[in-house]
Design a protein around this ligand. Structure first.
Ligand SMILES: Cc1cc2nc3c(=O)[nH]c(=O)nc-3n(C[C@H](O)[C@H](O)[C@H](O)COP(=O)(O)OP(=O)(O)OC[C@H]3O[C@@H](n4cnc5c(N)ncnc54)[C@H](O)[C@@H]3O)c2cc1C
Length: 456
């Protein structure tokens, strides 16, 4: 058995903690099951998906240029080289990370699936490791819904889809969350006939209902989008797959056929594979590890960060949580994690970005006023002929506190940052308005939305 000052499980955001511990000359073990190291974001999530989606954005931009009086024709879309560029980049980062790990002093890297066999005791490839402190950053994996027949069908997930060598002619995506709409956008741009089947009554459930509505109507111009469509059964057919759905309102059944099918209904925790119960760590009903505001589990000296705790499943939040536990553990601070201004984005077309509370959530606890502004109502938005996109601000009545902000339209993920910075630094609507905004720039959307707040 080997003893360590710190064991870190998971080389995604977990690597931030192992690096920090090693830099303090502590004896550290970093464990990752592989085969790719560096976590989901780098290998199967944010980075590869956005490399693909960038190309899709350019294609749709060209297709939509007619609204500006430009007739353009796309001659060829080289699916194979688009996929290869993404895979090549992933391969290069693997080499880089592995080299970094080799160079790292005080750190032993174990490549293999770890699981707890006792208190603070982890087994990896028949080796037992004991940690004074243990940091669980084991992330999540695709949740596969128990749909009749799915075990007999060769479905794609966000992982296997990245290995495709040839573009499917048609694709059914089960799910309507951000992964579903992002891949729907990508494949539709590539020329695949896409069908999205979502069992809820709208797409991207955590967004404002009017954002879901606009997203559905815009995506529907390029693909089939069916809400209230509960996938009951999947079966292979001569030409690919057939999905049988039941309409959750009418009970009516319908069949959809495509060459391939992709499951994108959400994520589940990896805590089960890690057998966290063997070290006395508690999980919630869905299997995510329970933590307090310092990201401590119920077991002293064991922490859980990132997707493993299921709080805000984004890489930027996993990074922040890793920094907080590293600070608190190795530098003696006592910083709480703050989820009040965590932004997120959906890289569909149109793009979506949000921070803070939705209107419905805000109304539960606050007296609020709401502002809305269309892109088209600011000069740059009109120049872009952006007629549908809009922003929405939710502000506490009587104070100038911004409780939530939501955008759907071009560059939404970039535009939201100004609001995030204001919310995080304690600034309100007044501070947002004080900074001079370049005219005419899309950034003018933010103060104009905030200035439009009225009684509602
Ligand atoms: C398709 C897709 C797109 C996404 N896009 C975005 C985006 O644009 N922006 C964004 O912020 N977030 C995005 N996310 C979410 C983001 O990828 C995750 O929130 C983030 O990767 C979580 O980081 P983490 O360190 O908690 O876990 P991970 O990055 O998943 O790291 C966990 C690591 O633990 C290892 N591991 C698991 N179990 C064990 C075990 N038993 N033993 C040893 N090692 C183990 C795994 O191999 C993995 O390397 C996306 C996710 C997906 C799936």
């Amino acid at each position: 058995m080997k003893s360590y000052d710190a064991i870190v499980i998971g080389s995604g955001a977990g690597a931030i903690i192992s690096d920090e511990a090693a830099s303090k000359s502590l004896k550290v073990a970093l464990v990752d099951k592989g085969p790719l190291i560096g976590g989901t974001c780098l290998n199967w999530g944010c980075i590869p998906s956005k490399m693909l989606i960038y190309t899709a954005d350019r294609i749709v931009e060209i297709e939509e240029a007619t609204k500006l009086g430009i007739e353009a024709e796309i001659k060829n879309i080289d699916f194979h080289s688009i996929m290869e560029r993404m895979r090549q980049s992933r391969q290069e980062s693997q080499a880089h990370i592995r080299e970094g790990l080799k160079q790292s002093k005080n750190l032993d890297f174990y490549e293999g699936a770890g699981y707890f066999v006792g208190d603070y005791l982890l087994e990896v490839k028949k080796e037992k490791l004991r940690g004074e402190k243990v940091f669980i950053a084991s992330g999540s994996r695709p949740f596969i819904p128990p749909i009749k027949g799915s075990e007999n069908v060769d479905y794609l997930t966000n992982e296997s889809v990245l290995e495709l060598k040839e573009r499917p002619d048609s694709l059914i995506i089960i799910g309507g969350g951000y992964i579903a709409v992002e891949f729907g956008h990508f494949f539709a741009a590539m020329g695949t006939k896409v069908t999205i089947l979502e069992m809820a009554d709208r797409l991207v459930l955590s967004e404002e209902p009017e954002i879901s509505d606009l997203l559905k109507s815009e995506l529907s111009k390029r693909m089939g989008v069916y809400t209230n469509a509960l996938a009951e059964e999947v079966k292979e057919s001569e030409h690919g797959v057939v999905v049988v759905t039941k309409n959750t309102n009418t009970g009516k059944r319908r069949e959809f056929a495509a060459q391939r099918i992709m499951m994108a209904v959400g994520r589940r925790s990896n805590a089960d594979i890690l057998r966290v119960e063997n070290t006395g760590v508690e999980t919630d009903k869905k299997g995510f590890i329970k933590v307090n505001e310092y990201l401590e589990t119920n077991q002293k000296g064991i922490f859980a960060i990132g997707d493993a705790n299921g709080q805000q499943m984004f890489r930027h939040m996993a990074n922040r949580e890793a920094e907080i536990v590293a600070q608190n553990t190795f530098y003696g601070t006592k910083i709480k994690v703050d989820y009040s201004a965590v932004p997120h984005a959906v890289y569909s077309h149109p793009q979506v970005a949000s921070v803070g509370l939705t209107e419905a959530k805000a109304r539960e606890d606050y007296n609020i006023i709401v502002g809305r502004m269309k892109y088209f109502d600011i000069a740059k938005g009109e120049a872009m002929m952006e007629k549908e996109g809009f922003a929405k601000a939710i502000v506490e009545k009587g104070s100038d506190t911004i409780l939530g902000f939501h955008i759907i339209g071009p560059y939404a993920p970039e535009l939201i940052q100004e609001v995030v910075n204001a919310m995080t630094s304690g600034g309100g609507t007044e501070e947002l308005g004080q900074g001079i905004h370049i005219h005419p720039a899309l950034s003018e959307l933010i103060p104009t939305t905030v200035n439009s707040v009225g009684e509602s």
